[in-house]
Ligand binder design. Structure first.
Ligand SMILES: Cc1ncc(COP(=O)(O)O)c(C=O)c1O
Length: 500
């Protein structure tokens, strides 16, 4: 629909107006800094930043019910900039005018209900939100849509010159950064730093295809991160890791979509999120808090972070119940099938600590948890989910395994319903599936296939004595008919088919 097709009273707030009073806010010293330049850490104390809208209270001029109606009506608009996550522009980055919004099809990924069979088998009530159905096949596109729209705004409206974007990545950040930057060529160029041999072939192909400079660095993600942080501190580059607070704003859209798709009723809902660099869980908490502050939702859902035993610094931190006694210790990661979350020193840890504190204060009690799962559980649950109609990656398997651990620990109780974040598409991680099916995991992963979950292609070789078709080698009519009949006979025997 076009805006002029709506009733006059609905037209009033239908299109977001550029505005807001955004500033960078330091999470440690509380200092405030102008957004006129790209900042990643506090110039006063070096801590990470969040972007805060000092005009947020102005949004309370509309009631929660009015906001719900605005967002619901925007669903019907055929304006590309509002088809994605900028449907919630006032909550994300109202400073960016619609003419600068970059929309590549991100957001509004489906909530897919688990089948009754799978729910019964696992004794859990849940759905997946398939963030692998974003354009670069992971949730990272949400953050990139805002970060690159802001860069586009700086180029278009603020006279910024050519910009080189950089990021370190476990695979998905680089895929998203390169894709969104390539849309803004030639003003924006992209370089990505990857830990050599620690991203999947599909992930590596993505920035290459988008034309980014791909630099492979010895070490793990945490080492690459230190290098890009050094670049951001000392050179003219735009850092696109989630240290960049614009990314966090974009990823808040996950929370807005979950709420809207559940008709703004989050009673008894639990969100499971795999944690790596901890940007996503920070954004999700922040997003739900904004909805709650505006009266758009009545209840804050439980948020449960999930980490593998092989990369679990956030889990370890929260093992201590007394906040005063918690000590932050990065860990050395071990090889993990949740490779995209294989991070021992998450950059957003200070955000998690502060936002979890605020979240629980706003909810009036415990609402944020972190659970740990084994590599075996991650693989088993990824494959089990895919066996029942889902397209989840290893990190999605981690979310589901985390739900079962949370149930066993009494964090999730009967009657509560979970939304498991499937953060990337299954196809990016098929190498792990192959190792599972072929029982070829190196010993340090500690994964053995469950026989009932293994599936292998079967070669039909019954026709060895016969002529076979091949590329550029079609069979003659009679030989081909013979081939079809003999092959069908063999296939029917293997499938146990009965003759009609
Ligand atoms: C597919 C996937 N899942 C989960 C994560 C972890 O997200 P975050 O780093 O925001 O904690 C990442 C990236 O780090 C990822 O690429």
């Amino acid at each position: 629909m076009r805006p002029d097709q709506f009733a006059p009273e609905d037209q009033k707030h239908l299109l977001p107006q550029p505005g807001g009073d955004l500033v960078y806010r330091c999470l440690d010293c509380g200092s405030e800094h102008s957004i006129s330049e790209l900042l990643y850490t506090c110039p006063s104390c070096g801590e990470v930043l969040l972007i805060e809208d000092k005009g947020f209270d102005q949004l309370k001029k509309l009631s929660g019910a009015q906001w719900r109606r605005v967002f619901d009506l925007r669903r019907m608009l055929n304006i590309p900039a509002l088809k994605g996550i900028f449907r919630y522009a006032e909550l994300l980055a109202p400073v960016i005018p619609l003419d600068s919004v970059l929309y590549l099809g991100e957001g509004h990924t489906p909530l897919v209900e688990a089948s009754d069979l799978l729910k019964g088998e696992l004794g859990a009530d849940f759905c997946f939100k398939n963030d692998g159905q974003n354009p670069s096949a992971s949730f990272k596109d949400r953050g990139m849509a805002v970060a690159l729209s802001y860069i586009n705004y700086l180029v278009k409206h603020q006279g910024a010159g050519e910009i080189l974007s950089v990021c370190a990545s476990t695979g998905d950040t680089s895929a998203a950064a390169a894709l969104y930057a390539s849309y803004l060529a030639p003003e924006v160029k992209s370089a990505v730093l990857l830990p050599q041999g620690k991203v999947t072939p599909a992930q590596l192909s993505q920035p290459l295809g988008a034309g980014a400079r791909v630099l492979e660095i010895p070490g793990v993600f945490d080492d690459c991160m230190k290098v890009v942080e050094h670049l951001a501190d000392n050179y003219q580059v735009a850092l696109l890791n989630s240290k960049n607070a614009w990314r966090i704003l974009g990823q808040e859209s996950y929370a807005y979509e979950v709420a809207q798709d559940l008709d703004w009723d989050l009673t008894g809902r639990v969100i499971l999120v795999p944690i790596g660099n901890a940007g996503n869980i920070s954004a999700i908490m922040s997003g739900f808090m904004k909805l709650h502050q505006l009266g758009i939702i009545d209840e804050l859902p439980k948020v449960i972070g999930v980490q593998s035993e092989h990369a679990d610094p956030v889990f370890r931190y929260y093992q201590e119940n007394d906040p005063g006694k918690r000590v932050w210790r990065p860990v050395t990661v071990q090889p993990s099938v949740a490779q995209a979350a294989m991070i021992g020193n998450p950059v957003s840890m200070p955000r998690v600590v502060e936002l979890a504190r605020r979240y629980e204060a706003q909810a009036g009690g415990p609402r944020v948890y972190v659970v740990q799962v084994s590599e075996q559980e991650i693989m088993d649950h990824m494959i089990l989910a895919n066996r029942h109609g889902h397209v989840v990656c290893t990190q999605g398997g981690e979310s589901l395994a985390g739900l079962l651990r949370a149930q066993a620990a009494g964090i999730v109780s009967a009657g509560e319903k979970a939304i498991c974040d499937a953060t990337a598409h299954h196809l990016k991680f098929v190498g792990f599936q192959q190792m599972y099916f072929e029982n070829t995991f190196p010993p340090d992963y500690g994964v053995k296939p469950r026989p009932e979950l293994v599936n292998r292609p079967e070669e039909v070789l019954a026709l060895a004595e016969q002529e076979m078709p091949g590329p550029g080698r079609p069979l003659s009519g009679e030989a081909f008919a013979k081939f079809v009949k003999a092959t069908a006979l063999e296939v029917a025997a293997r499938l146990g088919l009965e003759k009609r």
